[in-house]
Design a protein around this ligand. Structure first.
Ligand SMILES: Nc1ncnc2c1ncn2[C@@H]1O[C@H](COP(=O)(O)OP(=O)(O)OP(=O)(O)O)[C@@H](O)[C@H]1O
Length: 552
């Protein structure tokens, strides 16, 4: 088994008991099927050859075996899928956890549709590996041993009839291994690209439609779909050839068994002739199944590579080894940018250069400057999406790099330019800020953000339904929900990144006033252009192009 898959296999160890059950029930099914067929054919052979067969006993045994085998088939399907989906769940949690700490990648931005494809499709593909391949491989080896032993009992020549074909069938996935891996990689990439472009298209449907670019985009998607279909067709053709070889091997084994029986009529008990036929094909069945499974190994390997790439991603920021607690709120001194420099790329000038400013508790500070001056970047550094390249950002005297993620999220809350909203109600979206908040706290935060005002356009108040990604809400309404969510955290520092720019001036003023009354000890950093908003602030920090700070 190849590198990435071998690396993903030990997760099975976390469900050892279920895995043992899967192997045991798979073995019982295979052995049950073999015994039933051998016994049945032996009975038929014996009846034909001698007219004296122990019909009643064998028929009863066959009935019993059939029931047990059927029960074990059901059990095997249950436990193997239980195992697979639990392992997939574990893996999905790990991948999301890694994405959570490693995104956004400031140097290598990647389309989220692409990542979503990895997170869902690639992990789901491993169902094949966990539910079928691993246990099947073990029981196939056992079946070959059982069939070989029984063949020896009939006649050693029988081994000649089927062992070469078992070797050919087992070797098939390896013979086509390189093509399989290449096609698997092509399939995964084509599917991921199509998925990413579909996600982008759905997100930008409005813009594409109003710009009259939907036709061109649909044509591009059709091209991607054709590319995906072409890879799938190539894979289908290869798999078809391999299946044809497997079927031919099966037929040739049966013919070989007949030939062995015909050539050894003197030494082989005639009642065993049909059994010889069964044995010659019995080992091939599980081997054909396993090589059928291994035919997908190229796709699995490509998926495994992408998953391990995500698991190996370095976190965007390191959790502190020895975290420091924040001083109590009455000893708070505020948020300090202390000679901060930061750049996104090594080959471009830094976005922020030697930026210093302070937001004290209870103070409202505006951060302004031309587009691209680095205002949002300051908000991202203050919420520790990344760490500065030089200088430091501190809260109440503690470097942000020394705070645990939980402490930081409770102390600094940001309302971004485009707040993310989830499907649900206004209440569930506000509660994201603090899942432990009770209904009264949620209502208070909503009231402060003006959500419960008669003119705010929330007909069912907190129970108003929110569509996917905030569908059905205006920009201003989304802003109010995001502000309420941030207020629910009751942070020490609140950052509003053009959060109220979508509101009309009166609503903006109302929210600003609400924020002012939110708590006398909350320091507010407002990224804004609107003169009225700037006028309502205690100080204005102006970021100049090239990322230096001045004040007014
Ligand atoms: N992830 C990123 N990778 C590379 N460059 C980036 C990234 N994010 C922002 N930048 C660049 O950094 C600079 C500062 O961006 P930032 O969003 O902080 O500016 P801003 O002052 O908030 O602008 P605006 O007022 O338009 O929102 C811009 O030149 C932007 O193109």
């Amino acid at each position: 088994m190849s590198g990435p898959l071998r690396r993903l296999l030990p997760v099975v160890g976390e469900r050892r008991a279920t895995f043992v059950w899967t192997v045991a029930s798979n073995a019982a099914v295979q052995l049950g099927a073999l015994t039933t067929t051998v016994l049945g054919t032996w009975l038929a052979g014996r009846a034909a050859a001698t007219s004296t067969a122990p019909l009643a006993i064998v028929a009863t045994a066959l009935c019993g075996l059939a029931v047990v085998t059927a029960a074990m088939t059901w059990r095997e399907s249950w436990v193997s899928h239980d195992l697979a989906y639990r392992l997939i769940g574990t893996l999905r949690a790990r991948v999301f956890d890694r994405l959570r700490v490693s995104l956004p990648d400031r140097r290598k931005p990647r389309r989220s549709g692409d990542l979503v494809s990895v997170a869902f499709a690639d992990i789901d593909r491993l169902e094949w590996l966990y539910a079928h391949t691993a246990a099947q491989a073990l029981t196939s080896a056992m079946m070959v041993a059982a069939t070989a032993t029984l063949s020896l009992l009939v006649t050693p020549w029988l081994l000649l009839a089927w062992v070469p074909f078992v070797v050919v069938t087992a070797a098939l996935p390896w013979l086509s291994g390189r093509a399989g891996t290449r096609q698997g990689t092509e399939l995964t990439e084509a599917a991921a690209t199509l998925n990413a472009e579909l996600v982008d298209t759905v997100r930008g449907l409005g813009e594409l439609s109003s710009a009259g670019a939907l036709h061109r985009r649909t044509a591009a998607l059709e091209k991607r779909t054709s590319a995906l279909t072409a890879v799938q067709t190539r894979i289908g053709s290869r798999v078809g050839w391999e299946r044809a070889v497997t079927d031919a091997a099966l037929a040739l084994s049966a013919i070989g068994a007949l030939a062995v029986c015909a050539a050894n009529l003197d030494t082989i008990d005639r009642a065993l002739a049909p059994v010889a036929m069964v044995l010659a094909t019995a080992a091939l069945g599980p081997i054909a199944q396993i090589s059928d499974l291994l035919r997908n190994v190229g796709t699995l390997r490509a998926a495994g590579t992408r998953i391990t790439e995500i698991l190996d991603r370095a976190p965007a920021v390191q959790e502190p080894r020895a975290p420091r607690p924040l001083p109590s709120r009455d000893r708070a001194t505020g948020l300090v940018f202390d000679h901060v420099s930061f750049g996104y790329r090594d080959d471009a000038p830094p976005v922020l250069r030697d930026v210093s400013f302070t937001v004290r508790p209870g103070e409202r500070v505006a951060l302004t400057g031309p587009s691209g001056a680095g205002k949002t970047t300051c908000a991202l550094l203050a919420t520790r999406m990344w760490d500065p390249d030089a200088g430091r950002v501190t809260l109440d005297g503690v470097d942000l790099t020394e705070l645990t993620d939980d402490d930081l999220r409770r102390a600094i809350s940001a309302v971004p330019q485009e707040p993310g909203l989830l499907t649900g109600t206004i209440a569930t979206n506000i509660r994201l800020g603090n899942p432990d908040a009770d209904d009264i706290e949620v209502e208070r935060a909503a009231r402060r953000a003006g959500i419960l005002d008669p003119g705010a356009g929330f007909p069912a108040g907190l129970a108003t339904v929110v569509g996917e990604s905030g569908d059905g809400l205006s920009g201003g309404q989304r802003a109010r929900v995001a502000v309420a969510r941030a207020l629910l955290v009751n942070p020490r520092i609140l950052i509003l990144d053009e959060a109220t720019a979508n509101l009309d001036p009166e609503a903006d003023e109302a929210i600003t006033a609400a924020l002012a009354s939110a708590g006398n000890d909350i320091g507010v950093l407002v990224i804004a252009h609107r003169p009225a908003t700037l006028a309502g602030c205690h100080r204005v920090i102006a970021l100049r192009e090239g990322g230096r700070a001045g004040r007014s």
